[in-house]
Design a protein around this ligand. Structure first.
Ligand SMILES: [Zn+2]
Length: 304
């Protein structure tokens, strides 16, 4: 379907690459919401599909899940983001966050105005206007809602994800009004000559050409989902995005209820597992795991 945005091919590497660069990670908790347990990890049984939508599941059994984004400081390229969380308006009107259909499944969305990414950047002494690049794991509502807050940034998204979102609708988890702006969208082509395998991942792109930030194609949750590998000073970090909702997804190959493509999801999860086998010191950051996020925040969040 036609879009207002006119995405162009990404030209990698982006400027600012610095040999041996490491990046600083700021985990950002943008909101929390309650989610039916069967949606995170699919169950067996005749009523599993209904229970995954929360039907017949007592509210006390619904885990609270985080909605997250990440600020990344690169020594040569400046400030970038991974995903955008919810727009500040969602703090005032939570029903906007997941859209009409999403609101039927995800309950008790809680977000303070201070949890919008621009406010969180300012609180850390970072200028939202200085965000040069935003790497999108995918364009689902809880990742893309905040896009309009960064009109001057370059957005990197896989070409498969852009096509899926442009053709998709609410039943696929996409809200077009969140992402279809005439912004600088750049599509990542994982069939290009710049693509290489990296530590268990079959197809990755090196964003700055210095190995500090790599985008790995991990489709399955959505058609063009990506995960991000960061080189921190002390270890590597893997922002899984929704290729793994939780640590249990990774440890037990516990599949979610909904996947755009189960075969590809399994293959991407296997690549994540292989990466972690090959990089035993690496930190895996799942997409929607509150306990894991709390530990991440304790290790890499603001001091004090
Ligand atoms: Zn998603």
């Amino acid at each position: 379907m036609a879009t207002a945005a006119e995405p162009r091919p990404a030209q990698l590497p982006l400027p600012g690459g610095t040999e041996g660069a490491t990046v600083r990670l700021h985990p950002l908790l943008c909101a929390r919401m309650a989610c039916p347990p069967g949606l995170l990890h699919r169950a067996e049984g005749r009523l599993a599909g209904l229970r995954a939508l929360g039907v017949g599941v007592a509210r006390e059994e619904w885990p609270e899940i985080p909605v997250v984004a990440f600020a990344v400081e690169h020594p040569g390229a400046g400030l970038l983001l991974v995903d955008t969380g919810f727009h500040a308006a969602v703090a005032v009107d939570p029903a906007q966050g997941m859209g009409r259909l999403g609101g039927l499944v995800f309950k008790d969305l809680r977000m303070d105005a201070g949890q919008a990414v621009p406010a969180q950047l300012r609180e850390r002494g970072l200028d939202p206007g200085a965000v040069r690049a935003v790497l999108m794991t995918h364009l689902h509502a809880d990742h893309a809602s905040g896009i309009s807050q960064f009109p001057d940034a370059t957005f990197l998204v896989s070409s498969a994800e852009w096509e899926a979102a442009a053709d998709g609708g609410q039943t696929d988890g996409y809200l077009r009004r969140q992402f279809d702006h005439a912004f600088d969208y750049r599509l990542l082509d994982f069939d290009s000559a710049a693509t290489s395998s990296y530590a268990g991942f079959g197809r990755t792109l090196d964003v700055f050409g210095d190995g500090s930030v790599r985008v790995a194609l991990t489709p399955g949750h959505t058609a063009g989902h990506c995960s991000i590998v960061l080189r921190l000073p002390d270890r590597e970090a893997l922002i899984c995005g929704d290729a793994a909702y939780t640590e249990r997804t990774i440890a037990e190959t516990a599949l979610p209820q909904r996947m755009a493509d189960e075969h590809r999801f399994r293959r991407s999860l296997r690549e994540i597992q292989r990466f972690l086998e090959q990089r035993p010191g690496a930190l895996a950051i799942p997409g929607h795991d509150m306990a894991a996020f709390r530990r991440l925040d304790a290790a890499y969040g603001r001091p004090g």
